[in-house]
Structures are given as C-alpha cells and as structure tokens.
Design a protein around this ligand. Structure first.
Ligand code: PEP
Length: 251
C-alpha cells in the first residue's frame, strides 16, 4: 500500500440539467461526508455554478471538463480559465479521450491547456490512454508515454504536485470493458516510471494516477488494491449517487 491518498473523480460529461445536477450534488455531499478519500465532481459548464453552491465547504472538489488554450479573447464557443476560476473551479480535466479523438485535440494543444491551467493555479487531471488497435499492436505503453511526456512538456517540477494523471484506455471508456487490475497496474507503473525519468523518483512516488474505463461498484476495490492505482476517473457510474457513492466509499 502506498502513502498516496485515493482520489475518486466523477466526470458527468454532457449530462444533466441544473435541477438534476443539483439533486446529484446534494446526494453526493450528504453521502460522502466523512468519506476518507479525495473526491471531485466535474459537471458540464452550464451546471458548474449550481454544483459549486452545493459542494462549497464540503469534501468534494469542483471540476471542469475542459478549458480554452487562451486566457481570453475572440474564441467563440470556448470557456476560459478566468471564467472557471470565477465559478470556484478547483480542477480541470484535460486531454480526455473524447477531446482527443472526437474533437481532435492533439498533444500540443493539450499541453498548452495544461500549462495555462497550472499557471492559473488549477489542479489538472491529464488523461492519457491507448486505442484498442494500439493496445493490440503492442503500443499501449508507447502511446501513454508520448501523451504523458508531451502533455507535461514545459511543466515545472514545482507545479507537478497539482497534476494528476488519469490512465483511461479508450477501449474501456463507456464500453463496459474494464482493463484487468493487473493490466491497468502495469501501465500505471510504466507511467510512473516515465514521470520518474522526467522529474525524479520522489515526484514519481508522489504523483496520483487514476484509472478510468468502466469503473463500477463491482470492480472498484479490486482496481484500487493495486499498488500503482491511486483512484478512479468515473464516467457513466458517476451520473447516479447509487453507483458513484459505493465507488467513492470503497475500502
Ligand atoms: C470517462 O469518461 O472518463 C470514463 C472513464 O467513462 P466510463 O466510466 O463511463 O467508462
């Protein structure tokens, strides 16, 4: 067992209206009170203010699912770090596979966002993970290494304490297929080694690496039991308190 805390995050994606978000946030705030791990709720942009008013002062951090690569300006349809800070957001999820593969964000763009978010004092969850064909052709480690190295390019060691990495094999996201705890742990160990090469052993030992990809109440504890798995980034199961709370309260 490592000395690292567990960090369980919910990515609500493009789901819920404000009343629905408020209901979920209230249920989580009540059920996770006294929970011994770190928690995050990342609702869609239009829900953030509603959720902020409910999780303020609780043990649930407030997340956003993306940000623009520029501070402000003529960027129609984008949301800036200044606007997210104004809403009380603590953490920004960047490089999620849906951003990479559906919206074609590349490593350079993601890196720009990572550095901007860190410069504005946010915690960043940097998502990395391979496609099915990349895993099947033996390239899972190489893909995760590239995404980690490029995602962190130019990030100062002094800022690394505000970076969390989420390993999310793309083939396991929203598919019901989960990486085995052993397979996930092996990639987490590899990513930790990459961080060690970039920032030294101490930093590698400290960095939190979440697993994401069809995490459910039934598989959470087995995944978390692995040495290098420090929490979860949860999608589908984060949409209901009934499924998120047992994951968040795993022991
Ligand atoms: C995610 O979107 O980050 C995710 C892991 O989704 P799911 O839990 O639904 O696989």
């Amino acid at each position: 067992m490592s000395a690292r805390p567990y960090y369980i995050a919910g990515n609500w994606k493009m789901h819920k209206t404000r009343p629905e978000a408020a209901e979920l946030a209230r249920a989580l705030a009540a059920a996770l009170k006294g929970g011994k791990h770190r928690y995050l709720a990342a609702p869609g942009f239009t829900l953030i203010e509603t959720v902020a008013s409910i999780v303020k002062g609780t043990n649930i951090r407030l997340g956003a699912q993306n940000c623009a690569p520029e501070e402000q300006g003529a960027h129609t349809g984008e949301v800036s770090v200044l606007q997210l800070k104004d809403l009380g957001v603590d953490t920004i999820i960047l490089g999620h596979s849906e951003r990479r593969h559906v919206y074609k964000e590349d490593d350079a763009l993601i890196n720009k966002k990572v550095k901007l978010a860190l410069a504005h004092g946010f915690e960043v969850i940097l998502c990395v993970g391979e496609l099915l064909e990349e895993r099947e052709s033996g390239r899972a480690e190489a893909v995760c290494e590239t995404q980690t190295v490029k995602g962190l390019e130019g990030v100062a060691a002094s800022d690394l304490g505000r970076v969390v990495i989420a390993y999310e094999p793309v083939w396991a996201i929203g598919t019901g297929k989960t990486a085995t705890p052993e397979d996930a742990d092996a990639i987490h160990a590899y990513i930790r080694k990459v961080v060690g090469r970039l920032y030294g052993e101490g930093a590698a030992e400290k960095i939190l690496i979440q697993y994401g990809g069809s995490v459910k109440p039934e598989n959470a504890a087995q995944l978390m039991a692995k040495e290098n798995i420090d929490g979860a980034l949860v999608g589908g199961a984060a949409l209901k308190a009934d499924s998120f709370v047992p994951i968040a309260m795993f022991s």
